[in-house]
Design a protein around this ligand. Sequence first.
Ligand SMILES: [Zn+2]
Length: 397
Amino acid sequence: MLGIAYLAFPVWAHWIAGASDWSVLEDAPLSPEARRLVDQHLEPLRGETLIDLHAHLAGRGQGSACWVHDDLRSRWHPMSWVRFESYLSAARMGSGDQDALFADRLFALTAAMPLDVQTHLLGFDFARDEAGKEDRDGSFFHVPDEWIYAQAQRGGEGFRPAPSIHPRDPIALERLRTAAAQGARLVKWLPAAHNIDPASPDHEEFYREVIALDLTLLVHCGDEHAVVTPHGFELGNPLRLRRPLDMGVRIVVAHCATSGTGEDLDQPGAPRQPNHRLFLRLMDDRRYEGHLFGEISTITQVNHYQNGLADLLERTDLHPRLINGSDWPLPAIHVLYQLAPLTKAGFLAPEDRAPLAELYDYNPLLFDLILKRAVRHPETGAPFADEIFVVREKLPL
Ligand SMILES: [Zn+2]
């Protein structure tokens, strides 16, 4: 029985991950209730450009130089295989599809959004050893810079490349300069997956170049469950960002670090703290006011919302420093989004639940946006401020 379920994995992976019908692409109409919810939450943003600071591209190396670890292709490593298949299945990638289709699908859903969107397409570097050599066995997948540049160009206006550049790569500085020349504003790191310690003094030259080129680092902090992280979650401790922040590097902390706990590096021996609290400690440090920001993708997911959604809604003083992201394709992985517990915890009005569920089937990107527009602090009723969701001139992103 288990064997049959296992062999039938592509079917149930799609059911779990890609259950959204994406009916927007078939021009299916929304119900009046769902239309009303969309209008209510987008009306204040009319005339603005939405921002999505965090959208992934990925592929199997079919028609591209994207690379995937063998374990992810093998049913002998079911945990890794299921994770990556769910990821691709969420973007509706079949096993024979060319990698460009992953980007095409994102372009189509973005084009169907009711307002213009500026989307940053993220690359993914290899993990590297101390000498900067690619550690393929310690890597999960790889999305090269050139692929990101080509897809951003293909996507046209509204899509910006955001390559992932490991600071130990011997040609890291050259790659940074190319990124800037290609119109990138962001460089993505996932320290636990890439084996990057942001606190290392070895990266100071890299940080100086990031500042000189007016680039911003988008750094995943907190635990990570979407990818395998053989290098340990401790590298994702937000307090490890103090060195680049002290140097003046502009940093956006992905997901506002809303998962896991970290060592309190400021007070050795003190109990571990939720990572999002360590992130908030940095946000409250006045020295970092002009160059530390938080990105709010995934914070409404079932495995994140208890870690910080209430804190972030309540801290309206920090909203000018929060920025929206989708973490595409995660919004299309159904199991990650559970509206019942969010409603029960008081974050969602009960009447919004059915229209939101309808939006999930319609366009998972629009669902993700409207869900974050709809959540309220259970006690104060504070929503996320409008400015979080739109391109702001004062932010060089
Ligand atoms: Zn991500």
